[in-house]
Design a protein around this ligand. Sequence first.
Ligand SMILES: C[S@@+](CC[C@H](N)C(=O)[O-])C[C@H]1O[C@@H](n2cnc3c(N)ncnc32)[C@H](O)[C@@H]1O
Length: 289
Amino acid sequence: MRSSADMMPPGDEAGGDPSIALRDEDFSFISAFVFERCGIVLGANKRQLVYGRLMRRLRELGLVSFAQYVARLREQPDAELDSLASAISTNVTSFFRENHHFEFLAQDMLPALAGQPNPRIRIWSAGCSSGEEPYSIAMVLAEVLGNRAPSIARVLATDLSVRALGVGKQGTYPLDRLQGISEQRRKRWFLSGRGGNEGQAMIVQEVRDLIAFKQLNLLHDWPIKGPLDAIFCRNVVIYFDNPTKQRLFARYAQLLAPGGYLFLGHSESLHGMSDAFDLVGRTIYRKRA
Ligand SMILES: C[S@@+](CC[C@H](N)C(=O)[O-])C[C@H]1O[C@@H](n2cnc3c(N)ncnc32)[C@H](O)[C@@H]1O
């Protein structure tokens, strides 16, 4: 996945071609399409970004104008959605990103849930990108619950992007993606690739077995049975508009058990968006009982 430091760069004109212009009507169609299908708002300030990112896609497709690309979107909206969303949004992620969430999971949330009679722990990584987030959750589950984990805990990992999910399902990462992970965890939860897989590390089966990866658009219906104990939706809603966020957070509140947790990204907040939750930690919210 792309490894730039943050979500969307302010502008990206890489690959520009002066003979190919992004006309107003093409930009309007593309931004309306992306908003309707993904909830992502592309204001006028994102025009250069759209241009730069989609020029690469035009080249891949052998198209010579944005008008041709728009025609393709009109003819095959579903087929092109994944590539368009991947080009426009970012899949940047990492293992144990915003580590205080995983510390909270290990030290507060899981011990309390595991101590209940007949525990059944369900966690959703919504917008999981290439899998680093759900694998980090599953490693903590395995560490805290030990051999009880497979019988009592599950992680659902979903994303819009089929490509990103493909990486997650494979569970194999270049060694440099493991940088933020302690030596102890690397040894316990990863296998080093040999032969053709030299330079790669694969997540051990015990952790993989705790996760189900599924494609899901957060704007559509969710075939998910609640109640859930926690939802990680981090660095996903940052480009959604407020009404879209409000609807999403209301649906999260419905799906969570009373006392369930919602984890947001470092620059995201429920402030003015939902009154169903209390703030209980840094970007950690708890559904009111
Ligand atoms: C920056 S990544 C965040 C990954 C991870 N949650 C983290 O914080 O490291 C944002 C992810 O949200 C996904 N996404 C964006 N809009 C979405 C939507 N409408 N439905 C589902 N996933 C979406 C993107 O495909 C991308 O993989």
